[in-house]
Design a protein around this ligand. Sequence first.
Ligand SMILES: [Zn+2]
Length: 168
Amino acid sequence: MSVDKAFREMIRNEIEVQLKPLRAVISRIEAGTADLESLRSVAERLAPVAAAMAPLFGAQVAKPGKRGPGRPAKVAAPAPVVTGGKRRGRKPSAGGASECAIIGCGSPSRTKGYCAAHYQKLRMLTKTNRRPDSWVDYAKPNSVEDLKLPRGRAAAKALAQAKEGSST
Ligand SMILES: [Zn+2]
């Protein structure tokens, strides 16, 4: 007889033994003569069996009371207190070297070296395929020449030209 088979046999016998009182209680429930105390005692007797059986079936059963050997009770460390919340981008005035990359803008840089307004402009230029080569990411403060966008009819023409350039 293999060890595995012997083990299963043992488990089966153990379950049989442990289930006997449960059967008795069930018959009493059916007969209407069961009391809560006997139900509780059966539940208590079945608990260790359930705990022992759980791994065999891959189930997770909370062990009542003490923990398994070799595992010291570990108290979960309290979550680190986060102060100030999530910060987006760089702090505007931190370090001093964080002015907008656009010459003469003077606003604090927010994203990739550009202030909020110029980053929006950069995104718009990128989207419309008109981003100048000088408008690089993380450009040095006051190092990039601003781009005067055409207005009115000229703007529409420039946009159309840019679109044509991107598709071919
Ligand atoms: Zn700017």
